[in-house]
Write a protein that binds this ligand. Structure first.
Ligand code: GLV
Length: 393
């Protein structure tokens, strides 16, 4: 053999214990962590299929839906976005997107690849979309599909009025896709009551499960739309009719579609079991209380939230303006070096402008909020002091 085994793999695995308070993933609970060390199961073994059924039941609760087509796609949150879009879009369909940060633009990039005619309705920078603007855009574009993120993790904006958007979509005979990757479990989301046709979420955020397995739900209206397509869904891997049959959603014998990771299923199953045990309302309330405490603390240390309207603030991913003269990278590095704590910088339209602090799942506790506030304050002061010292030299 000409290629020797790498030296690095002769070393033991090293994984530091970090507190993940960026935009995700968040830390696992001990119960989830323990679940991940169970023996692997085959993807069609009856015990694995039973765990999938239990996950489906838990997801219906989390999304507040009775949709039979509730399942997971193997892949990160991006896979949920791809799956939602590629099942609904056919060439030439008008897809209207309402970006409030990077995710609406990412969805547009995907939708374009599936042949959509892309249109935008833009919110004012740092704000959610208002119903007047949406109604105007619907009249002008008459879209077949509308996409919105309930929570955009790049800006920390919460899109309110999803219920009204659901009604607007019905009025225009339009399908509504809602990205709840950063929001589900951290703020109210009622898929059926709000007439959302397709929704997906991130396993690794509020739910506190491993990334790589993405919950997604299609209502009957969306499934009928897929069944009436003139062309095949462009990506075999994301075809809802195939994945749904594997997940036993259509009352047909299960098929082999792909090899799901049983290990990821265990983690998600346990995360959902914890959500059910604590109760969705309690979990949402806890996230909101933590976000309010963080916002108060941010003001007390003389910083400012990026999203000015309190109603537009996503409780799970909080964006804080980087004060003039402060280097956010140095602050984040300080927090990581000294405390193994992740504070993140901005993304997309907020790059270099904000800190992002995630309060999700295990990290949505008052103790963690106080910890991150203390460390943020210390890190800013310390990096400022160092700068001043150096400028004296
Ligand atoms: C990921 O979701 C991010 O916002 O960075």
């Amino acid at each position: 053999m000409e290629v020797p085994p790498p030296k690095s793999l002769q070393q033991p695995l090293y994984v530091p214990n970090k507190t993940l308070m960026g935009p995700g993933p968040s830390n696992y609970s001990q119960r989830v962590l323990d679940a991940l060390s169970n023996p692997v199961l085959g993807h069609l073994h009856p015990e694995c299929l039973q765990i999938m059924d239990e996950i489906k039941a838990g997801l219906k609760y989390a999304f507040q839906t009775t949709n039979e087509a509730t399942m997971c796609v193997s892949g990160s949150g991006h896979a949920g976005m791809e799956m939602a879009l590629c099942n609904l879009i056919e060439d030439g369909d008008v897809v209207l997107l309402g970006p409030t940060g990077v995710w609406g633009h990412r969805a547009a990039e995907m939708a374009r690849r599936y042949g959509a005619d892309i249109r935008y309705v833009e919110a004012r920078f740092g704000r959610s979309l208002k119903m007047d603007d949406l109604e105007f855009a619907f009249e002008g574009h008459n879209p077949q599909i509308f996409f919105i993120a309930q929570g955009d993790s790049s800006t920390g904006i919460l899109q309110t009025h999803i219920k009204e958007i659901g009604e607007l979509c019905r009025k225009f005979d339009c399908l509504l896709i809602v990205d709840t990757v950063a929001s589900l479990g951290g703020t109210e989301f009622l898929m059926d009551a709000w007439k959302v046709d397709v929704a997906y979420t991130g396993s690794q955020k509020v739910l506190g499960a491993p990334p790589g397995i993405t919950p997604i739900s299609f209502n009957q209206r969306a499934i009928q739309h897929v069944l009436k397509r003139k062309s095949k869904v462009k990506v075999y891997y994301f075809d809802v009719m195939l994945i749904g049959q594997y997940w036993n959603c259509f009352n047909k014998p299960r098929i082999y579609h792909h090899t799901v990771s049983s290990t990821l299923l265990y983690g998600l199953r346990e995360a959902l079991a914890q959500l059910c045990a604590i109760g969705l309302e309690n979990v949402i309330h806890r996230h909101q209380e933590c976000a309010w405490r963080l916002q108060d603390g941010i003001e007390e240390i003389g910083l400012e939230m990026f999203v000015s309207d309190e109603n537009d603030r996503l409780p799970t991913v909080n964006t804080i303006k980087v004060p003039p003269g402060v280097d956010w990278r140095k602050v984040a590095e300080y927090a990581m070096r000294k405390y193994n704590l992740e504070i993140s910088g901005g993304l997309g339209p907020t790059v270099e402008q904000v800190f992002r602090i995630g309060l999700m799942g295990e990290n949505a506790t008052i103790e963690k909020v106080d910890l991150v506030l203390n460390i943020l304050k210390e890190a800013i002061q310390s990096t400022q002091l160092n700068k001043n010292d150096k400028s004296k030299i």
